[in-house]
Every structure is written in structure tokens, then in C-alpha cells.
Write a protein that binds this ligand. Structure first.
Ligand SMILES: [Fe+2]
Ligand SMILES: [Fe+2]
Length: 378
């Protein structure tokens, strides 16, 4: 096989589908020529934390491994990342003796051989594609050549997707920087609440049948929830003390203004390729809705509020309570959680999302400390 058949290119161009759906279609096609591949998975590399995290997978035999991450420097894959070489394991049971979660899982699933290929974006490591087979020594040199081609297709699809996401983030970052001149929000608040959102998303995703792609999108988009505040006049946005009813009504328009901004950025040119943009819109549109219908702007109730918005709402309130702000006392994480519990009791917040904070308090505290505000903001 030297060039991708036309149907493969079509598969990559179906922009309405999520990456996971597209990977599954690609796997279907692959099985027609290389029937030994029982699983294709792709992990993304987060350079900042030196962490490799599960992202998308298509699994035909065995169970998918999800919500899993490990330090690249602790794993044998770091050598592949540096050299750009592939790794062929013809006999997993004997090759992978170390008992990492991943190796143990590979053995338990019954995979006998695997082929691993790193991929890069602009010269730096973007992640790995893993092909696993229930057959020993399934990856002959000919099969390897075919799979490298598929890896290129998969990494192209991911790079397209990520660059579309990046363009959105970049456009909104510029907009936000203009607004940050007005100091309504610190970068540290956005960093923390995005990471809290990711912890919650990972914890609740399986119960709602959502995958790692969903978790990463929530993480990427959470910090844009208040992008519409760019359109709020300073005298309201920066007013110290309480807002009067008229000012409050103006402030609440930041939700609809946010949607207008997102529509203008996502709705044009290359960014149309963003299949997960619904997650972004839902976060912006619904992050002030409460389950009992007492939120704004649409007074949505219960399941009418998308999961991604319920996650971000909890993360945002938790950070607002625990952050240093001149107009309010700082709440300890314990007190903030007690307040969130009361809001669950009152029927406002999602119980699973708040429970996720309780269950992963160690991670939450680590984020709270690592991304602390350096100074108070106005
Ligand atoms: Fe908001
Ligand atoms: Fe916020």
C-alpha cells in the first residue's frame, strides 16, 4: 500500500464526527487489509507535566483502558520519543516484565504482540499510536509499513483537530488578553478551574458513557467559560461591591455575548472542522445554570444542562470560593466543599461532580497549591 485509498481520505474529512468515531472507521478499513489488529489507541503527550495520557481508542477485542496517565520519563517509551523509532513486541508476555498498570493490563487482555509509533507535531512529541494484536508476532515488516501509513493518517487527523482547537484558544487568548488588561480574572484562576474541571470530568465520564476525548475537550475549553465578559463595560465588570439589579442584568449578558464570540471564531474558515465545538458552546452557554432551574440565562433544569457545563460550574464555584479576592474572605477547601455540599442539597449542583472533588481531594489540593495566586487582584 503506497497511498491512502480515497475512502480513507473521506474518512478523515468527515468533520461532523468525533476523533473517536473517525478512528473506529479507520480501524474498520484497516481490518480489511490487516485483520490482525485488535486495538488501536492513541495517547497524547502533555509536555508541561511530562505526562502521557490516554486519548482515543478503537478496541475490537479486550476492554479499553481509559482515564490513565503516566510520566513519560518513567516509561520505556521515552527512548522511542527521543529517537523517533518504532517498537515491535512480538511476545508481550516475555517482553514486558515490569508491572506497570499498562503492562499488567496488556497481559490481562490477552494481547500477544504490539507495535508502537511515536508521532510529532511541529518537531515536538505529540503522542503515540499503539496497535495491539491477540496474535503473537502479528507485526511483520510488511504490516509495519502499512501501519506507519495509518499512523500518519491518524496523527494528521489529530493534528488537524488540535490545531483547530489551538486556533480557537489562540483567538480567544488574544481577546482575553485585551480583557485581562482590565483585570477581571487572573490567569491562575483559569488554569486552576480548567484543571479542577479535568479531575471532575475524568471521575464522572465513565458513568455517563463519555470517553477520554470528552475529558480533554472539557479541560481545553473550560477556561473559556467567561469569554463573554470581554463585552461587559468596565463600570459593571470592575465595580467593587454588590451590583444593583440593572448592573446584574448587564453582567448576566456575558453568557450570550460569549456565545456570539464563540460563533464568530468557530463558525468561520478552518475552525469549522472542530467537531467537539458543541462542548465549548455548552460550557459557555450553561455555566450559570442550576439543576433546579434557578440559574441563568435560560433557567434550564436537570438533564437539560449538559454534563460539561455541570462540571465547569462546580469547578468555577469551588475556585471562586477558595481563591484570594479583595471583596470576599478566602474559604478553605474544606469549607468550600461543605458549601458545595449545601448547594447539592438545595438541588442546584450536580452531586456526582461535587463528589468527584471529595474523592480526589489530593489532586485538587495539589492544583490549588501549584497554581496559587501570586497576588490579590482587583
Ligand atoms: Fe460566567
Ligand atoms: Fe470563572
Amino acid at each position: 500500500m503506497t497511498a491512502p485509498p480515497p475512502f480513507l481520505m473521506m474518512t478523515l474529512n468527515l468533520h461532523d464526527d468525533t476523533l473517536t468515531q473517525r478512528l473506529n472507521e479507520l480501524h474498520d478499513r484497516l481490518l480489511e487489509t490487516v485483520p490482525v489488529v485488535d486495538r488501536i489507541a492513541c495517547a497524547l503527550y502533555d509536555e508541561k507535566d511530562d505526562v502521557l495520557k490516554t486519548f482515543i481508542n478503537s478496541t475490537r477485542a479486550g476492554e479499553a483502558i481509559t482515564a490513565y496517565e503516566y510520566k513519560l520519563s518513567d516509561s520505556a517509551l521515552s527512548a522511542l520519543a527521543a529517537s523517533g523509532e518504532f517498537r515491535v513486541l512480538d511476545d508481550i508476555e516475555h517482553a514486558l516484565q515490569s508491572d506497570t498498570v499498562h503492562n499488567t493490563w496488556l497481559r490481562e487482555q490477552g494481547y500477544r504482540s504490539s507495535f508502537t509509533v511515536p508521532f510529532y507535531d511541529g518537531g515536538s512529541l505529540a503522542g503515540f499510536v499503539f496497535f495491539d494484536s491477540m496474535q503473537a508476532a502479528a507485526f511483520s515488516p510488511q504490516v509495519q509499513r502499512d501501519l506507519v501509513l495509518y499512523t500518519n493518517l491518524i496523527s494528521m487527523a489529530i493534528a488537524n483537530e488540535l490545531s483547530a482547537v489551538r486556533s480557537v484558544l489562540e483567538a480567544t487568548r488574544v481577546a482575553r488578553e485585551l480583557a485581562e488588561v482590565r483585570d477581571f480574572e487572573t490567569g491562575a484562576h483559569l488554569e486552576r478551574m480548567a484543571r479542577y474541571s479535568r479531575v471532575i470530568a475524568r471521575a464522572v465520564a465513565p458513568r455517563y458513557g463519555r470517553d477520554d476525548e470528552f475529558v480533554e475537550c472539557v479541560y481545553l475549553f473550560a477556561s473559556l467559560h467567561d469569554i463573554g465578559k470581554i463585552g461587559i463595560p468596565d463600570k459593571v465588570l470592575l465595580k467593587p461591591g454588590r451590583l444593583d439589579p440593572t448592573e446584574r442584568a448587564i453582567m448576566e449578558t456575558h453568557v450570550d455575548k460569549g456565545i456570539q464570540i464563540i460563533d464568530r471564531i468557530v463558525g468561520t474558515g478552518a475552525q469549522q472542522r472542530l467537531p467537539d465545538s458543541a462542548i465549548l458552546r455548552n460550557i459557555v452557554h450553561c455555566h450559570h445554570e442550576y439543576l433546579d432551574g434557578s440559574g441563568y440565562p435560560r433557567q434550564l433544569r436537570q438533564d437539560a444542562i449538559p454534563l460539561e457545563a455541570r462540571i465547569v460550574t462546580v469547578a468555577d464555584i469551588f475556585d471562586a470560593l477558595t481563591a484570594i479576592r479583595p471583596y470576599k474572605p478566602v474559604w478553605s477547601p474544606t469549607n468550600a466543599l461543605a458549601e458545595l455540599d449545601r448547594m447539592v442539597q438545595a438541588g442546584k449542583l450536580d452531586a456526582d461532580c461535587v463528589q468527584a472533588l471529595h474523592d480526589h481531594l489530593d489532586q485538587i489540593m495539589a492544583i490549588h497549591e501549584r497554581y496559587a495566586d501570586t497576588d490579590a487582584v482587583s
